[in-house]
Design a protein around this ligand. Structure first.
Ligand SMILES: Nc1ncnc2c1ncn2[C@@H]1O[C@H](COP(=O)(O)OP(=O)(O)OP(=O)(O)O)[C@@H](O)[C@H]1O
Ligand SMILES: [Mg+2]
Length: 370
């Protein structure tokens, strides 16, 4: 267990035109599970490689347990990692691969075998221990790489998409195993994933990156409910948060309102908090998640608005039905109960729970705080 501080990490690859990491600041507590997400090419693996010491940083400081390791050799950083391009030792069996790090550390043979059995069972590869990597499937190899990391007790684990080659069912099982392992050992973990559920369920905190910059660092709830900007709001959640462009008006009593318009131009004025008065005449974007638009009103909501709207597309997913509608002539997804007898083309009365909405400045794309 260790703390990890990334201070103003900058990285420019040789001959690259652009900086890949543009000053990343993240402090990770001992025992914390940090998930790193962001679009392909935003610099996640680069950041992981710099922490491991496989890439030099151009500027900044990497501090593990209070010690600046920026110039320390990878092997001396006491980090176990599973990377996107995991390399197994081809001439060693699965057992040999998992045991390798323990042998180097001169662990007694009996203890090594017990440890190998433990992680192999956890990763469901105990029947493969005598095979060579070439005799394994992609997903099996990935689990061996995982096993090799988990057999050790390093200061820090780095996982770069460790479950990407597994089928859906195995992925869920491995996710549970990792969660259990973390709860038991309370190790410090930095973990990259493209999987929303993995991010939301495993993370103590999520770091969202874009173009080499940190967009937000927060708990899964903060990232989901109070996104800093439209990028973060649109990145986390599936289907994505709806963005409805509109303008702030003042009603006769000079109270701030916005207009939303459904099918047949049926219009609704929605009152906003008084502090929004200063946005008068400004373009704002209402951010509302699909689950906050549904066929039945949320009984706890203070601000539910109903509109009669035509259902244009229906996608039954099993646990719910995603319906596409138009609000202010913009495509909006909503989440209906599967029991709701929805038909394409039919009008439905939908409830918009605006107490859950977030608002963004249409120009800066930053969230407006009240
Ligand atoms: N060795 C390298 N030399 C030059 N540029 C590189 C090198 N490695 C990565 N890059 C560039 O740096 C940027 C970030 O790459 P990186 O692999 O960190 O992205 P990523 O966020 O991990 O993406 P993905 O989700 O696809 O794995 C990309 O534009 C990539 O082309
Ligand atoms: Mg990557």
């Amino acid at each position: 267990m260790a703390t990890l501080e990334l201070k103003q990490i900058r990285k420019t690859y040789p001959k690259a035109e652009q900086e890949t990491l543009k000053g990343i600041d993240i402090s990770i507590d001992s025992g914390e599970f940090l998930i790193l997400v962001g679009p392909s090419g935003c610099g996640k693996s680069t950041l992981m490689n710099t922490i491991a010491g496989l890439e030099n940083i151009t500027d900044g400081e990497i501090v593990i347990d209070g010690v600046d390791v920026s110039q320390v050799e990878p092997k001396d950083r006491d980090i176990a990692m599973v990377f996107q391009s995991y390399a197994l030792y081809p001439n060693m069996t699965v057992r040999g691969n998992i045991a390798f790090g323990l042998k180097i550390r001169k662990m007694p043979a009996e203890q090594i075998e017990a440890e190998v059995q433990r992680v192999a069972q956890m990763l469901q590869i105990d029947h493969l221990l005598d095979r060579k990597p070439s005799q394994l499937s992609g997903g099996q190899r990935q689990r061996v790489a995982m096993g090799r990391a988990l057999a050790r007790r390093p200061k820090l684990y780095l996982f770069d998409e460790p479950l990407s080659n597994l089928d859906a069912k195995l992925r869920v099982e491995m996710r549970h195993q990792i969660k259990r392992l973390h709860q038991k050992l309370n190790t410090t973990i930095v973990y990259v994933t493209h999987d929303q559920i993995e991010a939301m369920t495993l993370a103590d905190r999520i770091a969202v990156m874009k173009d080499g910059e940190l967009q937000q660092l927060g708990t899964p709830k903060e990232i989901y409910n109070q996104p800093n900007n439209m990028f973060v709001a649109g990145f986390m959640g599936s289907p994505s948060m709806n963005f409805i462009h509109t303008m702030v008006d003042l009603d006769e009593q000079q109270r701030p309102v916005i207009k939303v318009k459904g099918t047949h131009n049926q219009e609704h004025h929605i009152r906003l908090p008084d502090s929004m008065r200063r946005q008068d005449g400004q373009n704002v974007v209402i951010g509302l998640r699909p689950e906050h638009i549904s066929e039945s009103p949320n009984p706890d909501s203070q601000a539910s608005t109903q509109l009669d709207i035509q259902l244009e597309v229906l996608e039954p997913t099993g646990p719910d039905t995603i319906a596409m509608i138009k609000v202010n002539d913009q495509e909006v997804a909503c989440r209906l109960a599967p029991e709701f007898d929805a038909q394409v083309g039919q009008m439905a009365t939908l409830h918009f729970d605006l107490s859950k909405a977030v608002f963004f400045d249409a120009n800066t794309e930053q969230r407006i705080e009240f």
